[in-house]
Design a protein around this ligand. Structure first.
Ligand code: DX5
Ligand code: ZN
Length: 217
C-alpha cells in the first residue's frame, strides 16, 4: 500500500480558495477533501456544493466531500453534481449507514463512512464489504488545527486487521510528527489541512509527509 493524500482547504483564507486549490491540484495529490459543515452536526458552517463546482475545473485530482451534516443523504446529489466522486458521511448522523452506502453506489460514486473520536470502531465492521473508505476522525470534527487524539489510532489498528485492503483515512492533526504513527497503525489516506497551509509550499509539505511514512508492504 502507498500513502495517499487528501488536502483540505478548511484552514485556507476563503478569499484565496482558487489559488490555493490550483496549487494543491498541481502538486500531484490523490484527492481534494472538502469539509462541509452545516452548523448542526458541528457548530461551524463552511460551504456548499456551489463552491465545490466552481473549483472543479482547476485540475484533475478527484474530489471528496466530507459531510459533517445532519441528514447527509439530503446533500448527496448536490455534491455529486458538483463533481465529487466520493462522498463521506458520518455514521453518527444516520440510523442507516448501509443503505446510504448503497444509495451512493447507485449514483456511481464511492461511499465513505466517518466516525468521531467517541464512536467505537465496531459500528464500521459490518460495513467492511460495502463501504469504499472508512474515515477515522483523529480530532473532534468542526475545526482545523487541533492536536491528534492518539487513542483514535487504536481504532485504525483494529479496522486494518479486519480489512487489509480497505482504504482507511485519518483526518485531524496530521503533520510530519504524527503521520508516521497513523501510517504504522494502518491508515493509508491522509487528510491534511493546517499543516499544508503553513508549509513553505504544498509540494514541499507533501514531500515531508511522504518521507515520514516508512515502507509498508
Ligand atoms: C475537521 C476536518 C478536517 C480538518 C483537518 O473537522 O474534518 O478535515 O480540516 O485539519 P487539520 O489538518 O488542521 O487538523
Ligand atoms: Zn475532514
Amino acid at each position: 500500500m502507498k500513502p495517499m493524500f487528501a488536502p483540505s482547504i478548511l484552514s485556507c483564507d476563503p478569499s484565496q480558495f482558487r489559488p490555493a486549490v490550483k496549487e494543491i491540484l498541481e502538486s500531484s495529490v490523490d484527492w481534494l477533501h472538502f469539509d462541509v459543515m452545516d452548523g448542526q452536526f458541528v457548530p461551524p458552517i463552511t460551504f456548499g456544493a456551489d463552491l465545490v463546482k466552481s473549483l472543479r475545473t482547476l485540475g484533475d485530482a478527484q474530489f471528496e466531500a466530507h459531510l459533517m451534516t445532519e441528514t447527509p443523504d439530503a446533500h448527496f446529489d448536490a455534491f455529486i453534481a458538483a463533481g465529487c466522486t466520493r462522498v463521506i458521511f458520518h455514521a453518527e448522523a444516520t440510523h442507516h449507514a448501509h443503505r446510504l452506502c448503497q444509495a451512493l453506489h447507485e449514483r456511481d460514486v464511492q461511499a465513505g463512512v466517518a466516525i468521531n473520536p467517541a464512536t467505537p470502531v465496531d459500528c464500521l465492521l459490518p460495513l467492511v464489504g460495502t463501504m469504499d473508505l472508512a474515515l477515522i476522525m483523529t480530532v473532534n470534527p468542526g475545526w482545523g488545527g487541533q492536536r491528534l487524539i492518539e487513542e483514535c489510532l487504536q481504532k485504525v489498528r483494529v479496522l486494518r486487521e479486519t480489512a487489509p485492503a480497505l482504504d482507511i483515512e485519518v483526518d485531524g492533526g496530521i503533520d510530519p510528527t504524527t503521520i508516521g504513527r497513523a501510517w504504522e497503525a494502518g491508515a493509508n489516506v491522509f487528510v491534511t489541512g493546517s499543516y499544508l497551509m503553513r508549509a513553505p509550499s504544498v509540494a514541499a509539505g507533501l514531500d515531508e509527509l511522504r518521507a515520514a511514512c516508512s515502507s509498508r508492504s
